[in-house]
Design a protein around this ligand. Structure first.
Ligand code: ZN
Length: 144
């Protein structure tokens, strides 16, 4: 038996313990009953970022802004990636305009920027959008 994975709820930030074999079964939060792995990007904010960094699944962050054309063009690709990576990697979007302080702390100099976190630490960063196959290949290169 492997240890259950710790995964934060995207809705209430509560940490859930989910057996690896159940990841594909639409697990729901023990506290608020929201889907723990919704298969789409979650919204990251100054308030939930630290909580969402926790847990055993990597977190891929898309830093974007409403005025950024390439960011908007990339959004459907990121959404697709969330579906393909469900149960392996969590995806979140950070609006750098709404959360300037956090974007500053992360050292964001250009958008879109993709940041991959494992165990709460940044392990890889990509500046600029990627087509879906290249995005998945980049993540594969990071062990995903
Ligand atoms: Zn919850």
């Amino acid at each position: 038996m492997t240890e259950p994975l710790l995964i934060p709820c995207p809705h209430c930030n509560g940490l859930n313990r989910i057996p690896a074999a159940r990841l594909a079964d639409t697990p729901r939060c023990g506290r608020c009953k929201a889907e723990v792995l919704p298969g789409q990007p979650i919204e990251l904010t100054q308030a939930n970022f630290a909580s969402q960094l926790k847990g055993d699944l990597p977190l891929l962050v898309d830093v974007w802004a409403d005025w950024c054309g390439p960011c908007k063009a990339f959004a459907p690709t990121f959404h697709q990636a969330a579906g393909q990576l469900q149960g392996r990697c969590r995806l979140g979007k950070l609006d750098s305009e709404a959360h300037r302080q956090l974007a500053g702390q992360l050292g964001i100099r250009s958008i879109p920027s993709l940041l991959l976190f494992k165990g709460g630490r940044e392990v890889a960063r990509q500046s600029g959008a990627l087509p879906l196959p290249q995005l998945l290949a980049w993540l594969a290169g990071q062990g995903l």
